[in-house]
Design a protein around this ligand. Structure first.
Ligand code: UDX
Length: 434
C-alpha cells in the first residue's frame, strides 16, 4: 500500500520504517530539512535499537523515501498517518498546534479519497474535530475518513513492539476506512480491536495511566518495606505470580519518566476535569511519582545532613536504559536538588546526550563510571544500564572518599555490596537495614 507518514519523530519514524519493512511504499515527510537530509543519507536522528539496520534496509530496497514536500506526501498516498508532536502545555492540555498545521496542509492539497490516520496521542474528540476542521475548509466527507490508531511502543524496544505488538487498535466510523486499515495490518497477524474513535483515543491514556499507577503502587509498597524491614522484590514476585496482576511493571525504583507516562497521566486528569470525572487514582499516581524521584536526596540528606561541597556521582541520566532520552528523567530532578544543596555533581551515562550538557554546563561528565567515583561521597544510581550491575564494587570503593551507594533501581546484589563494605541504601529493601 502507499502510505505517507507526516512527522519523523519517534513514533513517525518507527512507524514509517515498520510499514516499509512490511512491504508498503512509504513517504516520510517532515518540515525539518536537517532531519530529512540526515535520514536520506541513512543516518539515524534518534537513538533506537535496530534503527540503523531498518533505515538502511528500507532505503536500499526503495521501500521508503524522505521528503520535506508535504504536498507530494499528501497527493501520492492513499493512507496518511499523522505522527507529529503533541507535547503537554503548561496547564496539562495537549498542544495540538502541529496536528492543526498538518490538517491545514491536507485541506490545501487533498485531491482524492484518503484515509487520514492519527497516531499521535491527542485530545479526546480529535477525530471529530479534524473532520469538522476539514469540512469548515470546504473539504466534503467523500474525500476522507479519519481513523484513530494509537501507538503503544516503548523506547528502546520500539521495533519489537511495532512488529510484535499485543494489540492493534482502530477507531473508525466508516466501513471503507475499517477495510483499508484491516488490509494494512493484515500481515501483522495480531489482534485488531475495532472500536469507535473516542474509545481508541482514550485507550492510549487508559493504558499509560494504568501502567504508571502500577509503578506508583509498587513504589509506595517499597517505601513501606523500607520502614518495616520488608523486601519489595519478593512482594513484586509474588504479586506477579497472580495471573490477574502480571509480573510486568512492578519494579520499584525512583519513579517513572519519559515522554509518555508523565504527560499522559497529567492529560488524563485534565480530560477528567473537563468531563467531571475526578481521577483521584491518577492524581495520586502523579503525586507519588513526584516524591519518589527525589527519594535518593532524602536518603542522602538523612545520612550526611549537609552535602555542600561534597562530590556526588550520578549514574544513569536517561529516563530508562536503552535510550538517550532524558525527558522527565528522575536524574534531572536529582541533579537539580544536588545543585540546590551545593553539592559538586559528577555524572556518567553510556548514552550521554548533548541536550543534558546544554542544561547543565556546570557539572562534570565522565567517560567511565569509575571516573565519577574519584573522591566522591556518594554514588546515586538512577537508571539500570546493564554495565552498572557489572561494576567492580571493590574498585568503586577504592576510588570513593566515603563509600556510599544509593541504588535507585535495585541494581546491586546486597551480598556483594556487603562484602565490599559499602554503605548502601536501595528502594524497598528495608530488610537490609533492620
Ligand atoms: C511507555 C509505554 O510503555 C508505551 O506503551 C507507550 O507507548 C509510551 O510510554 P516508554 O516511556 O518508552 O513507554 O517506557 P517504559 O518502558 O514504559 O518505562 C517508562 C518509565 O517507567 C521509565 O522511567 C521506567 O524506568 C519506569 N518503570 C517501568 C519503572 O519504574 N518500573 C517498572 O516496573 C517499569
Amino acid at each position: 500500500m502507499k502510505i505517507t507518514v507526516i512527522g519523523s519523530g519517534y513514533v513517525g519514524l518507527i512507524a514509517a520504517l515498520g510499514f516499509g519493512i512490511k512491504n508498503n511504499k512509504v513517504i516520510c515527510v517532515d518540515k525539518d530539512k536537517e532531519k530529512i537530509k540526515s535520514l536520506k543519507k541513512g543516518i539515524p536522528i534518534i537513538y533506537e535499537k535496530g534503527l540503523d539496520k531498518y533505515l538502511k534496509k528500507c532505503i536500499e530496497e526503495k521501500k521508503i523515501t524522505f521528503s520535506t514536500d508535504i504536498k507530494k506526501g499528501i497527493r501520492e498516498s492513499n493512507i496518511i498517518f499523522i505522527a507529529v508532536g503533541t507535547p503537554a502545555l503548561n496547564n496539562g492540555d495537549v498542544d495540538m498546534t502541529q496536528v492543526k498545521e498538518v490538517i491545514n496542509d491536507i485541506s490545501k492539497y487533498i485531491n482524492e479519497y484518503k484515509v487520514i490516520v492519527n497516531k499521535s496521542t491527542v485530545a479526546i474528540g480529535t477525530q471529530k474535530y479534524i473532520k469538522r476542521m476539514l469540512n469548515d475548509k470546504g473539504i466534503s466527507n467523500e474525500y476522507f475518513d479519519i481513523v484513530s490508531n494509537p501507538e503503544f511502543l516503548r523506547e528502546g524496544k520500539a521495533f519489537d513492539d511495532f512488529f510484535n505488538t499485543d494489540r492493534i487498535v482502530i477507531g473508525y466510523d466508516s466501513e471503507i476506512a475499517k477495510e483499508i486499515m484491516g488490509k494494512l495490518y493484515k500481515n501483522f497477524n495480531k489482534k485488531i480491536v475495532y472500536t469507535n474513535p473516542e474509545t481508541a483515543e482514550l485507550i492510549k491514556y487508559a493504558s499509560n495511566g494504568f501502567l504508571a499507577t502500577k509503578i506508583s503502587f509498587i513504589n509506595e509498597i517499597a517505601n513501606l518495606c523500607d520502614e518495616i524491614g520488608g523486601n519489595v522484590e519478593d512482594i513484586s514476585y509474588v504479586l506477579g505470580l497472580d495471573k490477574r496482576i502480571s509480573p510486568l511493571f512492578l519494579n520499584a525504583g525512583i519513579g517513572f519518566g519519559g515522554s509518555c507516562f508523565p504527560k499522559d497521566t497529567q492529560a488524563l486528569v485534565k480530560i477528567g476535569k473537563k468531563y467531571g470525572v475526578a481521577f483521584n487514582v491518577i492524581k495520586s499516581t502523579i503525586d507519588v511519582n513526584n516524591k519518589q524521584r527525589i527519594i535518593p536526596i532524602k536518603k542522602l540528606l538523612n545520612h550526611y545532613k549537609d552535602i555542600s561541597g561534597k562530590i556526588i556521582s550520578v549514574l544513569g541520566l536517561t529516563f530508562k536504559p536503552g535510550t538517550d532520552d532524558i525527558r522527565e528523567a528522575p536524574a534531572i530532578y536529582i541533579i537539580n536538588e544536588l545543585i540546590k544543596n551545593e553539592a559538586i555533581v559528577k555524572c556518567y551515562d553510556p548514552n550521554v546526550s548533548r541536550k543534558i550538557k546544554e542544561i547543565y554546563p556546570q557539572i562534570e561528565y565522565c567517560n567511565t563510571p569509575y571516573d565519577t567515583f574519584i573522591d566522591s561521597s556518594c554514588a546515586i544510581f538512577c537508571t539500570e544500564w546493564d554495565e552498572f550491575s557489572k561494576l567492580d564494587l571493590f574498585k568503586l570503593k577504592d576510588k570513593m572518599k566515603e563509600p556510599l551507594i544509593i541504588d535507585g533501581r535495585n541494581i546491586f546484589d546486597y551480598k556483594d555490596v556487603k562484602k565490599a563494605k559499602i554503605n548502601y541504601f536501595a528502594i524497598g529493601r528495608g530488610y537490609i537495614y533492620k
